[in-house]
Design a protein around this ligand. Structure first.
Ligand SMILES: [Zn+2]
Length: 400
């Protein structure tokens, strides 16, 4: 196998027997890949987009996906922020070469997650608050496996697709995201299939890490600061992991500071970080009820455990910023004025947080979702119907 898995807590190295995303010694830490061969940058033989970096993806083959983020330097945002701002644009805007038909970076994660599962012959179940489910609905037919998506009822109107992949089963959960998560895990156990693993899935993180390689290839250096709005924190951890590999190979000098943004009033990571605490507070309400950027509502982010955001932000002298709905919408308006492209709420939050931060050096802003209005001009967008509606474990019977 071209990689080992390594526990970020005890350092144990072990083989990936398929969906082995926790340490065999019982640590709760993040488990990362360690690839045997070095990455060859500028290696055009491997194809374009994410597949160009297939040497550092935990899969053997590839599928037909060809989308990729679009990188550019923004003079306008640079003058607003007062330092050099680069944008990693994930979304739909063919005019700038961005053709993600589900409009968010989740699509990239899903492509490699699907490939990873297919190579291991595994059907998968997972929970999503919208964007990930949209990507699975759109792309699952690229691979010959079955995918079970558990989505909370109150975000169901965020779902869309052009053609729903026939190998997906869409389950509406009458409950919170945590309920959807619990039911997806339980369903996977009962059905004898794999729980996809979310941000703990190395396929998902390693493909998001390719953004660091693309940036280095394009500009010849890594940014001083990486800025992203986070729910679970997967994207930020991935960018750190990618940067770390490049630094360890001697291809880049230093790690970017990892800066994360969340949407007021639900800002568990910002709150914990500001108090220099490793523990996340317990929230007894459903953040989907109160937050504008609904994808930023993870109550159990990848923060406390070894190798999680707390460690990464500490190592890189990172920071955490919150932005209100009003600030987010103003930031979205600014982006619209400059580029004529609508941002998803989470991307608005990231930009708003950047605009109120005092940062020095080069900054990479991850626009994690954008261009839905533009997409609707080119595609007939449909609201998918739930195949099943469930509320509790007993209801899973109907799907089994
Ligand atoms: Zn361990």
């Amino acid at each position: 196998m071209k990689y080992d898995l390594v526990c970020r807590n005890c350092g144990l190295r072990f083989r990936d027997h398929g969906f082995t995303f926790s340490c065999p010694a019982g640590c709760s830490s993040i488990v990362s890949t360690d690839y045997a061969s070095p990455l060859r940058l500028k290696n055009r033989e491997m194809g374009e987009g994410i597949w160009k970096y297939a040497e550092w993806l935990p899969v053997e083959g590839k599928n037909d996906y060809s989308g990729k983020p679009v990188l550019f330097k923004s003079p306008e945002l640079s003058s607003e922020v007062g330092t050099n701002v680069y944008v990693a644009f994930h979304g739909y805007s063919p005019e700038i070469g961005a053709e993600m038909i589900t409009c968010t970076f989740k699509e990239i994660e899903v492509i490699v997650s699907l490939r990873y599962a297919a190579e291991r012959g595994a059907d998968i179940a997972l929970a999503s608050v919208g964007n990930t489910a949209n990507a699975f609905l759109a792309f699952s037919h690229y691979e010959d496996i079955n995918v079970y998506l558990f989505v909370p009822k109150r975000v169901f109107d965020c779902l869309f697709c052009h053609e729903k992949s026939e190998n997906t089963t869409l389950v509406m959960v009458d409950g919170s995201y945590d309920d959807a998560l619990t039911l997806a895990q339980r369903f996977a156990e009962l059905r004898g299939i794999k729980y996809e693993g979310g941000g703990r899935n190395v396929a998902r993180r390693d493909v998001l890490a390719t953004l660091a390689y693309t940036f280095l290839e394009t500009y010849g250096f890594l940014p001083d600061v990486y800025f992203q709005a986070v729910g679970s924190g997967t994207g930020a951890i991935a960018f750190y992991e990618g940067s770390k590999r490049l630094v360890e190979m001697g291809l880049a000098e230093k790690l970017p500071r990892i800066a994360v943004a969340q949407n007021k009033p639900f800002t568990p990571i910002v709150n914990a970080w500001r108090r220099k605490r490793r523990e996340i507070e317990v929230y007894d309400y459903d953040p989907l009820d109160v937050v504008y950027a609904q994808v930023l509502t993870n109550r159990s982010p990848l923060y406390s455990m070894r190798g999680g955001l707390y460690d990464i932000m500490e190592e890189t002298r990172g920071f955490a910023v919150s932005a209100s709905e009003k600030e987010a919408k103003e930031a979205g308006k600014l982006f619209m004025e400059i580029y004529g492209i609508d941002l998803y709420p989470a991307a608005e939050v990231a930009l708003a947080a950047l605009l109120k931060s005092d940062v020095k050096g080069s900054v990479l802003l991850n626009i994690t979702g954008a261009g839905f209005s533009r997409l609707k001009k080119d595609y007939r967008v449909r609201r998918p119907r739930a195949d099943f509606v469930v509320e509790c474990e007993a209801d899973l019977e109907v799907i089994l």
